[in-house]
Design a protein around this ligand. Structure first.
Ligand SMILES: [Zn+2]
Length: 339
């Protein structure tokens, strides 16, 4: 549980929130948009702290009053979290929520309801929520979270105050990992690059197992060019199978998107080494000598083509996040292309 002032990289969103909740008419429904792991939930809880703190003068919550302490220990009773029950947020969940919001908050001035993955509301559920969003019963603030607001019905979007959250920049993530997650500079820099703007993802990447997995993945991609075709086919099958099993709940390992992210950094490094002999900008500095030796064997045009092949695969994975088949196909194309 953090205060507004402790959240990193979202100054714009937080300044905006502080301004509107400091005004006369506090909006009661917010739509937080942005990729996962950039602080949307953390900010919703910080918002709960600011609007409920009983002795605050800074707009940040004092951290000492009973409400702040309840929030810090996770015992504040006036937080409701809604998430998809299976595939969807169902109409029954929203009906129950509508009923619950009619009661006064138990402890604080405001009850905060956080709706995770709001785009998963069925159309029925969304429609039964419209009236509540338009004018929630007094003492309620509702925060909807969504990655892309185009996934929501316009009738929902128009009833909410939109608050965009940016992807974080790489240095911000890197510094955070070094300061709070005991990472050395090099690992933090790599993890921040793979995480693509998501602090949450970067933290997952730094969990145990990442470094070993990364080593294995880099060995594979650096070895691909000189590998006999048959072995490449076997490895493609093996890796496709291995990484397609990862689920979203399994946070200790790299998912397919992350695997390809690592490979992209390798290709980029080979390209840098081959066209400019530029080693300062390398991502995988611990593989510098191997990469420099490999660079001479690669054709720059084909490397660029290979890089786009990986990008295409990452894009296809957005629709099929666990498709080992996509990875298999991509690896084989990569092998053929650079033979
Ligand atoms: Zn307080």
């Amino acid at each position: 549980m953090k205060a507004f002032s402790e959240i990193i990289g979202q100054e714009k969103a937080i300044d905006f929130l502080k301004r509107v909740i400091g005004g006369d008419r506090i909006p009661h429904a917010y739509l937080f948009t942005g990729i996962n792991g950039v602080g949307k939930s953390t900010t919703a809880l910080a918002l709960a702290r600011t609007v409920n703190c009983t002795s605050d003068t800074t707009g940040d919550g004092c951290g000492r009053c009973i409400t702040c302490r309840q929030l810090t220990s996770g015992n504040f009773p006036d937080i409701i979290s809604i998430a998809p029950d299976g595939q969807n947020i169902k109409i029954e969940q929203i009906r129950e929520l509508n009923r619950a919001l009619n009661y006064k908050p138990v402890s604080g001035k405001y009850r905060i309801t956080i709706i995770d993955r709001a785009e998963m509301m069925t159309e029925e559920a969304a429609n039964s929520f419209l009236k509540t969003l338009e004018e929630p019963p007094p003492g309620n603030i509702i925060v909807l979270k969504v990655v892309d607001l185009r996934d929501l019905l316009p009738t929902i979007v128009s009833r909410c105050q939109r608050v965009p959250f940016n992807p974080l920049n790489r240095d911000t993530i890197k510094e955070y990992l070094v300061a709070h997650h005991n990472q050395d500079d090099n690992t933090a820099y790599l993890a921040a690059g793979i995480a693509d703007g998501s602090l949450g993802k970067a933290i997952e990447i730094c969990e145990e197992g990442f470094l070993d997995a990364r080593r294995e993945l880099i060995e594979l991609i650096l070895g691909l060019k000189d590998m006999p075709g048959k072995q490449a086919v076997e490895l493609a099958f093996e890796y496709g199978k291995k990484y397609s099993k990862k689920t979203q709940d399994d946070q200790s390992d790299i998912d397919l998107h992350g695997v390809i992210g690592i490979w992209k950094t390798c290709l980029r490094d080979i390209l840098l080494a081959s066209v400019r002999g530029n080693y300062d900008m390398m991502e995988n500095r611990d593989y510098r000598d191997r990469i420099a030796a490999l660079a001479a064997k690669y054709d720059a045009d084909k490397l660029i083509e290979s890089f786009f092949l990986l990008e295409d695969c990452q894009r296809d994975l957005i629709r099929n996040p666990n498709s080992g088949l996509l990875m298999e196909k991509m690896l084989l194309e990569l092998k053929t292309l650079n033979n």
